[in-house]
Design a protein. Structure first.
Length: 80
């Protein structure tokens, strides 16, 4: 399925509470744009440094985020 056929979704303010929904772009077959860094996946923050100093109580510690990417789309709606 081309990226333009998939509805745009936005993370709610403050992120997801509880379980994340299934991946939005799971059925997308549009390749990434040339030169785009592939950051797709689920990321878990295990350490944070600010100016080279470890931050042992940073609010991002333990956070989980999922990054989904697809190629260039002809749409660019803004969150409402």
């Amino acid at each position: 399925m081309h990226v333009d056929e998939i509805p745009v979704a936005f993370t709610p303010p403050g992120g997801w509470a509880g379980e994340m929904p299934p991946p939005i772009l799971a059925g997308c077959d549009t390749t990434l744009a040339d030169g785009a860094i592939d950051m797709r996946g689920t990321w878990h923050v295990v350490d944070v440094s600010v100016g080279g100093d470890p931050q042992l109580k940073h609010p991002s510690l333990g956070a989980v985020q999922r990054i989904e990417q697809a190629g260039v789309a002809s749409r660019s709606p803004q969150p409402g």
